[in-house]
Design a protein around this ligand. Structure first.
Ligand SMILES: Cc1cc2nc3c(=O)[nH]c(=O)nc-3n(C[C@H](O)[C@H](O)[C@H](O)COP(=O)(O)OP(=O)(O)OC[C@H]3O[C@@H](n4cnc5c(N)ncnc54)[C@H](O)[C@@H]3O)c2cc1C
Ligand code: FES
Length: 276
């Protein structure tokens, strides 16, 4: 069961016009944007996200949620990595250094890492645009002396990103659906074949089918594992109910909860806590 007190101390969210430092294409439809501003001081919990106003006009009206992928506290800069999906992310991809982006955050509950001890082994499992938050998480874990192994999956070689950066933190296994890079298949194929050493904790973020497969693999064991859900959002702060998901039967019985708001109760949950 996810315990929010396991996170680093949460800072209250703020809103700020942040300055674009870099915005570059790093893979097929994937961009890395670095932004500078005072909000960075609050971004201490890996797994949290920012709610970004894409574009200066009223279209798109709603902000778009993007994970915090890395933080450089000394430079007061943070990085987000996003895939161009629709109008919001397309507008973001056209922004240039020096321009301003209105950012609300950091939001949500991050990955619990306070209880991690030096010498433990953590496995990070990411798929597609679920990989970005795992990089900041991995850096924080390595700072604590935790050994990190990453298992990351993509559609094809052209879509792979963060492989080299994650290699600086520990072992990395890459899978692609078409076999054009790394192992052909799914991240769960790597986990089941037994190449990854036994681990103390698993942290994951990615598409629902991948998270479901993790639930099937590890959901019946007393394994310590956490997943982050990437749901469509409205307000991002728990007010509009656009992002609800259902607790698992076990959670419902233990807590009486009938729904979770992913933006404020999550996006990180215990593996067995939610029904996917
Ligand atoms: C907590 C959180 C963290 C996220 N972190 C990242 C990140 O680090 N990098 C990243 O690239 N994306 C991330 N996302 C997803 C991102 O928010 C959406 O891709 C984005 O809002 C799309 O906006 P758009 O205007 O470009 O596309 P839209 O025009 O809104 O949608 C275009 C297409 O994408 C689909 N889509 C939109 N949002 C989602 C979603 N949340 N999940 C699945 N499909 C969606 C729509 O159904 C539609 O088909 C995150 C989402 C959440 C909730
Ligand atoms: S997005 Fe409004 S309650 Fe979650």
């Amino acid at each position: 069961m996810y315990d929010p007190t396991g996170q680093e101390t949460l800072c209250p969210a703020g809103v700020e016009d942040m300055t674009v430092v870099t915005n570059e294409r790093i893979a097929e439809r994937i961009f890395r944007m670095t932004l500078a501003g005072n909000l960075v001081d609050k971004m201490v919990c890996p797994g949290q996200f920012v709610h970004v106003k894409c574009g200066s006009g009223s279209v798109p009206l709603l902000r778009r949620p993007i994970s915090i992928s890395d933080v450089d506290a000394d430079q007061q800069q943070f990085t987000m990595i996003y895939r161009v999906e629709g109008e919001g992310t397309r507008l973001l991809s056209r922004m240039h250094p020096g321009e301003q982006v209105n950012v609300l955050g950091p939001l949500g509950q991050g990955y619990p890492i306070k209880q991690r001890k030096s010498g433990e082994h953590a496995v990070l499992v990411g798929g597609g645009v679920g990989v970005p938050p795992l990089y900041y998480l991995g850096r924080k874990l390595v700072e604590k002396g935790v050994r990190v192994t990453s298992v990351i999956g993509f559609g094809s070689r052209e879509q792979v990103f963060l492989e080299n950066e994650l290699k600086e933190l520990g072992d990395v296994y890459v899978t692609t659906m078409d076999g054009s890079h790394g192992t052909r298949g799914l991240v769960t194929d790597v986990l089941t074949v037994g190449d990854v050493d036994p681990w103390d904790v698993l942290y994951s973020c990615g598409p629902i089918p991948m998270l479901k497969a993790l639930q099937e693999l590890y959901g019946k064991e007393q394994t310590e594992a956490y997943i982050s859900l990437e749901q469509r959002m409205g307000c991002g702060v728990g007010a509009c109910l656009a992002c609800v998901c259902h607790p698992s039967e076990e959670t419902r019985q233990n807590t009486g909860k009938r729904y979770f708001k992913i933006c404020s109760d999550g996006p990180v949950f215990g593996l067995r806590e939610v029904a996917l």
